[in-house]
Ligand binder design. Sequence first.
Ligand code: NI
Length: 154
Amino acid sequence: MAIREVVSYKDEFIRRKSKPVKVFDEKLWELLDDMHETLDEKMGAGLSAVQVGVLKNVFITNINNMQMEFVNPVITKTSGEQYKKEGCLSVALPFEYVKRPFEVTVEAFDRYGNPFTFTCQDWTAVCICHEYDHLQGILYIDKACIPPKGKGEE
Ligand code: NI
């Protein structure tokens, strides 16, 4: 296991699109293990592979000490809306409000290639949308907004 360097938003690499994982092998597991170690070290809530310099459709989350791994994720359903202030381990700028669905369903594979479906709400949904965006080269600062009156939560 190793802590990997996090790519900055100033680096154009962060804008590149990630590609599907085809082989669920030791190299993928090492990537995921390193990503967990990196996320723990930086005390973040989520991390995508592009942020550690690997263009693979992979992200991890750690919310309330629940670690999850998503390989080849696809958001298949969304509902509702919420505005929360987001930050990013790649972006050394102030947190900004972003509009996200309140609930999302994501279909993905675990590290062994087993498919699963996960539905979540609230902060977990924010985190999954944020990481999912990274796989398309999108950053939260692209979507920063001013929430409608009374809708913004810290
Ligand atoms: Ni991020």
